[in-house]
Design a protein around this ligand. Structure first.
Ligand code: AMP
Ligand code: GLY
Length: 428
């Protein structure tokens, strides 16, 4: 079978490599891809990158299964474009993807159906938002309604910061049209956890819990990024809490979407805050998480192609329970220094050949490119190194041991991935 992985990050590289392990898969195509995916899979030359061009390619090439990584393609309706040509694809329709592409949609859905989420109001006028913020006090959270590539949320500690965030977001200066409407939300205290679930419209199969590290700096300091590292499992989310999350959040959310006349298929990602009052939804995403996927897939023993086909064909209920490696996995992301702000790129990456020989170590390329036969940095989050270990400490030691072999001129990575489990002592 030929499969297509849409996207160009570490998440998609991890998906592509896992699919290559499947006896069902003969060829993996990746688009747009990166240097790592170009080594492992095929990158097609296409006339455009819009959803119809991708669907045309899949139809002409005889692709039997497509999996979409990034939310942008899902919000543009890639699943609708493929399905209208009877092509098999994993992901939510454009209507279902609103759970991520519009925070207002997600909040109103949760409010209407009693799914636990922070108190909020929606605004498109500065003065009204200002009055609400003054009434609520700080800390408070300002969120752009639309997709903003991780830059749409400001957690404001003081009123001045909150009002400035409202002003620049509503005016379009911060994230363009995505910020013409905002959600102003109550601040929640606690640690975050990502619960991803596979959905085929009828059945919901949660994956193992994982935890991302969104802030750029050690100790969760500094601005938020796309994610600087992840680990799985998350000991604080035991079996009982997983059940509770399933019963009080995942299943009610799917039921709510279906009641709105929308069928949800693909991956539903619940970003949760574990508060003193229980798990509360921070956000939903309509896809696999990045870098959560890079900490989950090394642990997945079930054939990923089988799993994805079962989602696409609506037969998740007949799939045997997913099999997981009991070992832990830690993923550390290496970024270009300066990210998420301005940063230089184009630096050669060395040491990857050493990592290839290290057992239980996985390298997932993000922003990498090929230049004259050499792999060079091409953006903010350059690559991730994941490692399996007998426990989280073992996995983390191995991931950092591997990362120490990677060199590029302005390499930066956090030294404290999994600190909530292991404490604040930093890795070397
Ligand atoms: P979101 O895109 O909604 O997930 O927000 C990005 C990040 O901002 C989250 O991962 C949290 O770290 C933080 N955040 C969002 N909403 C809240 C909230 N209500 N309380 C505290 N932190 C939040
Ligand atoms: N890890 C955060 C995200 O995928 O949105």
């Amino acid at each position: 079978m030929q499969v297509l992985v849409v996207g160009s990050g570490g998440r998609e590289h991890a998906i592509a490599l896992k699919l290559l392990e499947s006896p069902k898969v003969d060829v993996v195509w990746c688009y747009p891809g990166n240097a790592g995916m170009a080594q492992a899979a095929r990158i097609p030359k296409l006339a455009g990158s819009d959803v119809n061009t991708l669907a045309e390619f899949a139809a002409t090439e005889g692709i039997e299964l497509t999996i979409v990584g990034p939310e942008g393609y899902l919000a543009e309706g890639i699943v609708d474009a493929f399905r209208s040509r009877d092509l098999c694809i994993v992901g939510p329709s454009q209507a279902a993807a609103q759970i991520e592409s519009s925070k207002v949609f997600a909040k109103r859905l949760m409010e209407k159906y009693g799914i636990p989420t922070a108190a909020y109001r929606v605004f498109s006028e500065y003065q009204e938002a200002k009055a609400y913020i003054e009434e609520m006090g700080v800390p408070i959270v300002i969120k752009a309604d639309g997709l903003a590539a991780g830059k749409g949320v400001v957690v404001a500690e003081d009123v001045e910061t909150a009002l400035e965030a409202v002003r620049v977001t509503l005016s379009g200066q911060r994230v363009g049209e995505a910020g013409r409407r905002i959600v102003v939300e109550e601040f929640m205290e606690g640690q975050e956890v990502s619960i991803l679930a596979l959905c085929d419209g009828k059945t919901c199969v949660p994956l193992m819990p994982s935890q991302d590290h969104k802030a750029v700096g050690d100790g969760d300091q500094g601005p938020n990024t796309g994610g600087m590292g992840a680990y799985s499992p998350v000991p604080v989310v035991d079996e009982i809490l997983q059940q509770e999350i399933c019963q009080s959040i995942l299943l009610p959310t799917l039921k709510a979407i279906h009641k709105e006349g929308i069928v949800y298929t693909g991956v539903l990602y619940a970003g949760l805050m574990l508060t003193a009052a229980g798990p509360i939804v921070v956000e939903f995403n309509c896809r696999f998480g990045d870098p959560e996927t890079q900490a989950l897939l090394p642990r997945l023993k079930t054939d990923l192609a089988e799993v994805l086909l079962a989602i696409a064909q609506g037969r998740l209920s007949s799939l045997p329970p997913l099999e997981w490696d009991p070992r832990a996995c830690v993923c550390v992301i290496a970024a270009s220094h300066g990210y998420p702000g301005p940063h230089e790129t184009g630096f050669p990456i060395r040491g990857l050949d050493v990592l290839e020989k290290m057992p239980d170590v996985f390298v997932y390329h993000g922003a990498t490119a090929l230049r004259g036969g050499e792999i060079v940095t091409a953006g903010g989050r350059v690559l991730g190194v994941s490692a399996l270990g007998d426990d989280i400490q073992g996995a983390r030691d191995r991931a950092y041991e591997a990362m120490a072999q990677v060199e590029f001129e302005n390499i930066y990575y956090r030294r404290d991935i999994a600190w909530r489990v292991l404490g604040t002592e930093k890795a070397n």
